[in-house]
Every structure is written in structure tokens, then in C-alpha cells.
Ligand binder design. Structure first.
Ligand code: ADP
Ligand code: MG
Length: 617
């Protein structure tokens, strides 16, 4: 509990005790009216002083209509018409509700803060043979850092020396540790479990995974869900409307029957009942909790609006390479037409030496020799087709049939199933390399889970050859497969799918950002793979799957749906109870006691309900 909360609790107890004592005393001793007023004013100011003060201050600042104003007006009015105990009780209970709210918000902050715990405090950097502890901000790219067992990885990098396993739970929600060895990547935020690691940094701290995640989560509440915006707008109109309604209720019937004090009392009751606290706090709190729950399963959602959209996912479009498949190709055949097999592979690997495409990475791995940079120049990546580069002074083309057609080379198809990578030099075909990718172990399960969750259409878009695309589509049980697409064709396909969906339905695109960044931003919700994905994709995406597992998607949708359901329950419940009691108030069946009791009761229940959104399964 914070200091402020403790103080509020103290005031609630003090005022409560005083209040009960006064009621007890007055039951036995008779006191003149002014004495009674003086007695009740003590607990009234103890508990309500700050609210009166806030109301006054807001009026001076021109922000008249808020909850403080409603409460101040209602209780001062009650005192004026001589209903002292009511005034104290309303303030007391209102504060109980406020206290409860601040406790709930604090609790959800704390759970996000637990996630924020991934921020590393320091880095051990090796300079001139000595290890010094510095702020992670001060470490440059390319420096060597030492990470001892039990320490958090401060900066993204590549392992130079040491074997260990990393706990990635804070980033991915995955309990299973991951093994790393020399040459492997480590990402900041993971905890080094077993061995000492020497790591060469590949990014600055500000660009490292951990800094990016913190940034995302901290800013995620800035993008409001439509429901939240509705509540804010609602409160803005609602409160003045209530005050006008109350004024009308006090004056109009009194003009007919002259029972002023009765109608003024009804009007004040009406004010108390209509306080919108429950709604104003519980809806944003639900979304806040939902984003927290998502991040704990390794899904970063960049705003409440995207959480709301995820809940309505109807069409899900996947990229193939790196998204549904591992993006790690094995070379299954090398068919040279000139050259030897080794020479063909070498030429291809050299030409691919600067590309970050999964195919390029795999060819380099298969070649498995250090590349002499001076042999390669003039590299150009041709999206959806391949690469072109000067190798040993001649221009080499490595890519698919489209690329071969572009450079006017007669290529030969391959009988082997797999992605065929053709290699050519100016005007001459050198042969092809067949590589094949594996589907991710959880991909089929992911598609099944989405169908079970009621997603209407699952689609795969790929730039790969139709035969490969169809095979993957069949294996995974996708509804539609479109293959042989260039990045621009992917956008066209998504546009078509956007037209086909039902009104209010949401189209999500899941990709790794390599050749699909334009679709990521064109779709309703762009979802990127956090690990394999390019930085640009993580930037452009609305949702990031930290551990690249497509199966997290169905879980993320479930959390989103639950969050939206909780927010809806709160809206319906709070408005429903309010409406009933307001109606009772207008008919003269409710008093202030019931009004404030209902308000606080509804707030407490709604807040408790909202905190459910924070839970993970
Ligand atoms: P996907 O849609 O499956 O992610 P891409 O759009 O990234 O595929 O690539 C489409 C096709 O273009 C690949 O299947 C490959 O034939 C060719 N291609 C793209 N980049 C390269 C590259 N760097 N080297 C070789 N071929 C490439
Ligand atoms: Mg791709």
C-alpha cells in the first residue's frame, strides 16, 4: 500500500468511528439542531475535505462537471436541507470506493512493473583486458560483454565464448530454457542460467529487444480502445446532463405540490446515484489488465484498440517463410549445369552474402566457409525474386523463375519437390539448388486452434512456388493458399480479402516482415514475429509474437476476447444497476443511503471483475 493509500484508509477508519459514535450518542442525548450539525461536520470534513477542495479547484480551472463536483453538490445540498448523516455517509462510502479503485490500479501497475523488471541495471564490459561494470547505455556496438550465470542479458549480441541456457520466460512466457553456444544469438531480457558467456554486442542498448519491449508496453495504453473512448465521451456529456436532470427534479414537481424539501432530497439522491465512477475506472482497467496478460504469454499488444480488434479476428492471413515454416532451409539437391556442385553452392552463397532472407541465410550455412567480402560487390536485392550481385567480377543472379525470366536466361525446372533456387551469370544458366523448409512444430496445431476459436478463414500467401505452397497448405489444413506472389501481389490479395470479410470483422496478417512489411501495415491488425522478424516489421506491426510461435495467436485471441467480454460486462452491469436505481429515485423509492451504497457496490464489483483480465491461463 502506498503512503497516500494508508492515509486515506486512516481517514476512512477515523471518520467511520466518529460517525458511528455520533449516531450512538445522539440516540441517547438530545442536542439542539446547530449542535447536531457541528458534531456531524467533524467526520464530514475529515473524510470529505479533500473532495470539496478538489471540486472547488476544478471549478476555478473551468472543469466543473466531474465526480468531485457531483459528490460535493449532493452532500452540501444534504446538509442545507438538514440531512446531516446522509451527507457524511455519502462522503464516507464514496471514499471507500475511491480507495478500492486506487488499490486495484496500483495492483495492475505492479503486475506490469513485474514485467518491467526485465530492464537490466548494468553491463559488464571488457575493455583493455579488464571487466568493468557500466550502464548498459554506455556500451557500443561491437564491444565484448561478460554475462555471468544468474545475470540478465543487458544487450542483444552474439556469443563468442561459453555454453549456457537462457531463461526467456520474461519475454516469451515460455518456461523451457533455451540453450546457446558460440555463434548463437542472445537477446536482452533473458536470464543467463548456467554458464559464463562472452558476447559481442550487435546493437546498442536503446535498440535492443528489452528497450523496445519496455517502450511498447509503456506506450500501449496511449492507444485507446473504442470502448474506452466511448466512456470518456460519455462521462463528458453524462455528468452535466445529470446535474440538469437533478435541477429539474428539484424544481418542477415542487412548483406543483410545494413539497420542496422532499423533491430537493430526491434530486440529491439522483445526483449520488448517477456518479459514473464504476464505468470510468473499470473499463480502462480491464484493457490495461488484458495487455498485461498478453505480455505475460509473450504477446506484445501495442494498444487497447488492437486488443479490441484481435477479439474480432475473422480472417487470418499468414506469410509462409519464417511464419508458418521455420525459415531454415536444408539443401536437398544441387544440380549444376556447368561447374561442380561445390562451385555452384559457393557462387550462390557469395551472391547471397548480404541478404537477410531466410533462403540466403540457409545457403550461407550450407556453404559453411568464411566469405571473402572483396569477392562480392554491387549487391541488389529484388523483393520476391532473389538477388543480383557481382561475384569475382561477373554478375550473378540467384532466385526464382521470375528472376531468370527477367535476366533472359533459359532455366530448367526441377523434378524434386522443394523451393528451387536458380543460379545464372549474365546470359548463362548455371543450374539450381533445391532447398526445403520445415513447417514449425506448432503450426498445424495453431491453425486448428484458430478454427476451433471460430476464425472463419485462414489463408497463406507466399512468394514461393505453387507446388511448395500447396503442399504446406494441405499439411496445415489452411482454407486458401496463394503462391508465386510478389510483395505487391500480397497487398492485392489482402485487399481482396478485406473486401470479402463481413462488416465489423477483422483481418489479421501474420508475417516476419521480410518481403511483407507493406501487408503488415495494410491489414487491420499486423502481427509480426519478434525473434526472426526484421526490426522494421516489429516497428510496423500492431502485435508482436515474441517467440515466433504461431500457436500463441489463438491464445492471444482468447485473452483479447475475455478482456472485451469483461469490459462489456462492466458496462452493462454498471449502466443497468444505475438505470434501475435512478428510476427508483425518480419514483421516490430510493434514498441517498441506497444511492451511494449501490454506487460503491457497483464500482467494487466492476473493479474486481476488471482485475480478472490480468490473469493468464
Ligand atoms: P514468402 O512469401 O514465402 O515469405 P518471399 O516473398 O520472401 O517468400 O520470397 C518469394 C520467393 O522469392 C522465394 O520463394 C524465392 O524463390 C525468391 N527469393 C526471394 N529472396 C530471395 C533470395 N535472397 N535468394 C533467393 N531467392 C529469393
Ligand atoms: Mg517472408
Amino acid at each position: 500500500m502506498s503512503k497516500k493509500q494508508k492515509k486515506t484508509l486512516g481517514r476512512i477508519v477515523a471518520a467511520g468511528v466518529l460517525f458511528v459514535a455520533i449516531i450512538a450518542v445522539l440516540a441517547f442525548v438530545s442536542v439542539p439542531g446547530w449542535g447536531e450539525l457541528a458534531l456531524y461536520l467533524v467526520p464530514y470534513f475529515v473524510i470529505g475535505g479533500d473532495i470539496l477542495w478538489k471540486a472547488l479547484r476544478n471549478i476555478v480551472h473551468g472543469q466543473v462537471f466531474d465526480e468531485n463536483f457531483l459528490m460535493a453538490l449532493a452532500t452540501v445540498g444534504a446538509i442545507v436541507i438538514g440531512e446531516y448523516p446522509e451527507a457524511v455517509f455519502v462522503m464516507l462510502f464514496y471514499q471507500v470506493g475511491e480507495f478500492f479503485q486506487s488499490w486495484a490500479v496500483g495492483k495492475s501497475r505492479a503486475s506490469i512493473a513485474a514485467l518491467m523488471d526485465i530492464r537490466p541495471d548494468s553491463a559488464n564490459v571488457e575493455r583493455d583486458g579488464e571487466v568493468t561494470e557500466v550502464d548498459p547505455d554506455e556500451v557500443a556496438v561491437g564491444e565484448t560483454i561478460v554475462i555471468r550465470p544468474g545475470e540478465r542479458v543487458p544487450i542483444d549480441g552474439v556469443v563468442l565464448e561459453g555454453n549456457s541456457s537462457l531463461n526467456t520466460a520474461a519475454l516469451t512466457g515460455e518456461a523451457l530454457p533455451r540453450d546457446v553456444e558460440p555463434g548463437g544469438d542472445v537477446i536482452s531480457g533473458c536470464v543467463n542460467l548456467t554458464g559464463l558467456l562472452r558476447v559481442r554486442t550487435t546493437k546498442e542498448f536503446g535498440e535492443s529487444t528489452v528497450a523496445k519491449i519496455l517502450d511498447l508496453v509503456e506506450n500501449s495504453t496511449a492507444k485507446k480502445a473504442r470502448k474506452e473512448q466511448f466512456i470518456t465521451r460519455f462521462a463528458k456529456w453524462y455528468t452535466p446532463a445529470v446535474v440538469i436532470g437533478a435541477a429539474a427534479l428539484a424544481v418542477i414537481p415542487s412548483l406543483f405540490d410545494g413539497a420542496w424539501s422532499k423533491w430537493v432530497y430526491q434530486a440529491l439522491t439522483f445526483l449520488v446515484i448517477s456518479c459514473p465512477c464504476a464505468l470510468v475506472i473499470s473499463v480502462p482497467l480491464s484493457f490495461f489488465g488484458g495487455i498485461g496478460a498478453e505480455s505475460r504469454i509473450g504477446v506484445l499488444v501495442k494498444g487497447s484498440n488492437y486488443l479490441e480488434a484481435l477479439a474480432k479476428a475473422e480472417t487470418i492471413v499468414f506469410d509462409k517463410t519464417g511464419t508458418l515454416t521455420r525459415g531454415v532451409f536444408n539443401v536437398t539437391a544441387i544440380h549444376p549445369e556447368k561447374y561442380t556442385e561445390a562451385q555452384l553452392l559457393e557462387t550462390a552463397a557469395l551472391a547471397e552474402s548480404w541478404s537477410s532472407h531466410p533462403i540466403a541465410r540457409s545457403l550461407r550455412d550450407a556453404y559453411n566457409h568464411d566469405v571473402d567480402d572483396s569477392r562480392v560487390g554491387n549487391v541488389a536485392e529484388i523483393a520476391g525474386r532473389g538477388v543480383k550481385a557481382d561475384v569475382d567480377g561477373v554478375t550473378v543472379y540467384v532466385g526464382n523463375e521470375k528472376l531468370m525470366a527477367d535476366c533472359g536466361v533459359d532455366w530448367h525446372p526441377c523434378h524434386k519437390v522443394g523451393t528451387t533456387v536458380h543460379v545464372a551469370v549474365e546470359g548463362e544458366y548455371l543450374g539450381h539448388i533445391v532447398i526445403s523448409d520445415e513447417v514449425k512444430p506448432d503450426a498445424a496445431e495453431a491453425i486448428r486452434a484458430l478454427k476451433t476459436a471460430g476464425v472463419k478463414r485462414t489463408v497463406m500467401l507466399t512468394g514461393d512456388a505453387p507446388a511448395v505452397g500447396e503442399a504446406v497448405g494441405k499439411e496445415l489444413g489452411l482454407d486458401e493458399v496463394h503462391a508465386g506472389l510478389l510483395p505487391a501481389d500480397k497487398v492485392d490479395q489482402v485487399e481482396k480479402l478485406l473486401e470479402k470479410k463481413s462488416p465489423g470483422g477483422i483481418l489479421c496478417f501474420v508475417g516476419d516482415g521480410i518481403n511483407d512489411a507493406p501487408v503488415l501495415s495494410r491489414s487491420d491488425v499486423g502481427i509480426a514475429m519478434g525473434e526472426l522478424g526484421s526490426d522494421a516489421a516489429i516497428e510496423a506491426a500492431d502485435v508482436v509474437l515474441m517467440d515466433d510461435k504461431p500457436s500463441k495467436l489463438a491464445q492471444a485471441i482468447a485473452v483479447a476476447r475475455r478482456t472485451v467480454a469483461i469490459a462489456n460486462q462492466n458496462i452493462v452491469f454498471a449502466l443497468g444497476v444505475k438505470a434501475i436505481i435512478l428510476l427508483m429515485g425518480v419514483m421516490g423509492r430510493a434514498n441517498m443511503w441506497l444511492g451511494v451504497f449501490a454506487d460503491v457496490g457497483v464500482s467494487v464489483i466492476a473493479i474486481l471483475n476488471a482485475t480478472r483480465a490480468m490473469k493468464t491461463y
